[in-house]
Design a protein around this ligand. Structure first.
Ligand SMILES: [Zn+2]
Length: 395
């Protein structure tokens, strides 16, 4: 690292690019950051039992400090594996937003604006206003979305109020749809239509929306998602681990749905290294369709870069180009597993791992350089996370 001789610009420096690849920072389209603390604590269970018997009792013990600790752990893990932006859906969003700002990381956080009002549940406009104020932070690193967990968790009047708030305020929406067969069957029993259709009837999908999963969708649902400003966050590892199924990426692409790739929370993955999900996404698309040409490396990488960044609200990130954000990563290729390099895009999607990422820059600031985190104290984060995780064991 040295200043370029004769260059007046003090900020200019030279980076030796031999045996290195330069590419945009990755965008993780769907996660629950502080669930890093629940990693490897509740495994080998189907989604409904996993959620209601293992996860929800532990989450009842969450405090703002615990969420902050889990979020910082997630940020450290993502930075070390080439990710520089994430759509998070969790509790205590202020803590996670503060952690992301301190780390220099791009965050689209979800705001839980439901509360019990005098006439039943409604939407708290004060919470939304506070979140909107956060997104006006001069760094430009933050975006806010309205948290709509899923079709199965709330009473019907809450959905109508949330859909109204999304349209009224222009807030994007972050929602899980079509994760399991049971979700679809229960929705058909309760409402007589499938989840995407019911949500559309309430007025969702008119504002930008991140839809996580989409494993169980029919053609009509895919058409609805293709027509709106929607990013479908494909979470292949989580869907496989919870036995939920395999999203039909070929059908989604043919329908014109814009897709990104997410890790989901670390409790159902069990890591936040998006490189593993890139590889899995492409292989599953090929295996499911019986077509080796399905979801080729270039399109897979675009899902995790330009598509993801745009869907998260960072429209000028995801490509390395003049006037675009300096959101980039440098990957080492002088390892046995990346030799010979061959097609560099295939190498990134099919051969590389997050540990091959050497450096990461977001908004022109190095967050990691030569494997060293520059904005986070990795040792302290691991120590605090181990302590916080112990507090989440139900009595
Ligand atoms: Zn999720």
């Amino acid at each position: 690292m040295a200043a370029i001789p004769g260059d007046e610009a003090a900020c200019a420096e030279r980076y030796d690019g031999r045996d290195r690849l330069l590419l945009p920072a990755l965008a993780n389209s769907h996660s629950h950051l502080a669930m890093t603390l629940l990693r490897n604590q509740a495994d080998d269970l189907p989604l409904q039992r996993w959620l209601f018997e293992s996860i929800f009792p532990r989450e009842a013990l969450l405090t703002p400090d615990i969420v902050a600790s889990g979020s910082r752990l997630a940020l450290a893990e993502m930075i070390k594996s080439g990710t520089g932006a994430v759509a998070d859906m969790y509790y205590h969003h202020e803590e996670t937003a503060a952690a992301a700002l301190a780390a220099g990381f791009r965050l689209n956080f979800a705001v839980d604006a439901k509360r019990d009002g005098p006439r039943g549940q409604t939407v708290d406009d004060a919470v939304l206003a506070a979140a909107a104020a956060l997104t006006r932070h001069p760094s430009g690193l933050l975006r806010a979305s309205l948290l709509v967990h899923s079709i199965y968790l709330y009473q019907p009047d809450v959905y109508a109020a949330l859909a109204d708030a999304a349209v009224r305020t222009g807030f994007p929406v972050h929602v899980h749809i079509g994760e399991t067969n049971r979700e679809v069957a229960d929705c058909l029993d309760r409402y007589g239509v499938r989840p995407t259709v019911r949500l559309a009837q309430w007025g969702f999908f008119a504002t930008p929306t991140v839809v996580a999963h989409g494993v169980h969708l029919d053609a009509a649902e895919r058409s609805i998602l293709a027509a709106g400003p929607v990013l479908l966050a494909h979470c292949p590892a989580s869907n496989l681990k919870l036995g939920s199924g395999i999203a039909d990426l070929s059908a989604l692409e043919q329908a014109g749905v814009t897709c990104g790739i997410g890790t989901d929370g670390a409790a159902s993955n069990n890591n936040l290294d998006l490189y593993r999900d890139l590889r899995l996404a492409s292989y599953l698309a090929k295996g499911r369709s019986g077509d080796a040409a399905a979801l080729p490396a270039g399109r897979t990488l675009r899902m995790a870069t330009a598509n993801g960044m745009r869907g998260l609200g960072f429209a000028d990130s995801g490509r390395i180009e003049a006037t675009w954000q300096a959101d980039l990563q440098i990957v080492r290729t002088d390892s046995p597993g990346l030799t010979p390099l061959g097609d560099p895009v295939a190498a990134l999607v099919y051969s590389a791992a997050g540990s091959d990422v050497e450096s990461l820059m977001i908004a022109g600031r190095w967050l990691m350089r030569r494997r060293e985190l520059l904005t986070l104290d990795e040792e302290k984060i691991r120590h605090d996370a181990n302590q916080a995780a112990r507090k989440l064991t139900p009595a």
